[in-house]
Design a protein around this ligand. Structure first.
Ligand SMILES: NC(=O)c1ccc[n+]([C@@H]2O[C@H](COP(=O)([O-])OP(=O)(O)OC[C@H]3O[C@@H](n4cnc5c(N)ncnc54)[C@H](OP(=O)(O)O)[C@@H]3O)[C@@H](O)[C@H]2O)c1
Length: 252
């Protein structure tokens, strides 16, 4: 089960953190990959390491906020592989402030990357899934797409990720007739470039211990199993769902 040989997976935001970890996870299941991000030098090195696992890997410079860049990336993937089976919308960023202090610029930056970027990438790649009547779309949201929080002011991030969860449901309903599934994965707290500065503080660690039943942050690679499941043939009857990988944060 969960064999991805013969499948082509596109992962956005694969130059670091969870996207990078999922790229290795998918490669170990046999998937060929296209890895997208803005830092191309990093992608080239990662692609070399992934190829050493015996699969193909195409690095592509892509800014998910830029329609032309996204459409070019889709063309490049189709030219190289002839198809796309799996899309992981993982690229994300955040400018944090509360509703009273948030600037238009920071709000738009966060929404453009975390929500509109997911839309643009899905639009560009899903039409190639429609042609083949097969697809697995996995959108990375967050626990913060489902709840507010008292630890820090991150109103734009909550808004984007909540949008991603319902975008997923709409796309799942729309594309089901083409044998395309679309699901959300909502990670809890994982230490990455995005979060390390916050998660390493004593205050946040105490907050985490009080609010995460498993009492720890997510470990490297701990998101992979759920992503691989949703990407697999075996998940053929699962669509529109939101799987939380959060140590229990959203259950209490
Ligand atoms: N870590 C957590 O605790 C956590 C929890 C819940 C949800 N998440 C979500 O998980 C996803 C990955 O985050 P992470 O923690 O792994 O953070 P990360 O290490 O900072 O990785 C973010 C990735 O997104 C890419 N990216 C950012 N803006 C982009 C843009 N405009 N165009 C293309 N790529 C862009 C970055 O690559 P370049 O800079 O090279 O473009 C990088 O590869 C995000 O959607 C995040 O919101 C993370």
């Amino acid at each position: 089960m969960f064999d991805l040989h013969g499948r082509v997976a596109v992962i956005t935001g694969a130059s670091s953190g969870l996207g990078l970890q999922m790229a290795f996870g998918f490669a170990k299941q046999g998937a060929d990959l296209a890895i997208l991000a803005r830092r191309y030098d990093r992608l080239e090195k990662i692609a070399e390491e992934i190829r050493a696992l015996g699969v193909r890997c195409l690095p592509i410079k892509c800014d998910v906020t830029d329609t032309e860049s996204v459409n070019r990336a889709a063309k490049e993937v189709i030219k190289y592989y002839g198809k796309v089976d799996i899309l992981v919308n993982n690229a994300g960023s955040s400018r944090n402030a509360g509703v009273l202090n948030m600037t238009d610029e920071d709000w738009n930056f966060t929404l453009d990357t975390d929500l509109t970027g997911v839309f643009k990438v899905t639009r560009a790649f899903a039409k190639h899934m429609v042609e083949k009547q097969y697809g697995r779309i996995i959108n990375i949201a967050s626990i913060y797409g489902q709840v507010g929080n008292t630890a820090m002011d991150t109103v734009a991030y909550h808004s984007s990720k909540g949008g991603v969860i319902n975008f997923t449901r709409a796309v799942a309903a729309e594309l089901a007739k083409y044998n395309i599934t679309c699901n959300t994965l909502s990670p809890g707290y994982f230490e990455t470039e995005l979060t390390a500065d916050t998660l390493r503080t004593k205050e946040f660690t105490e907050y985490m211990k009080a609010t995460v039943p498993l009492g720890r942050y997510g470990r490297e690679g701990e998101l992979n199993a759920a992503a691989i499941f949703l990407a697999s043939d075996e998940a053929s009857y699962v669509t529109g769902q939101n799987i939380k990988v959060d140590g229990g944060y959203t259950t209490v």
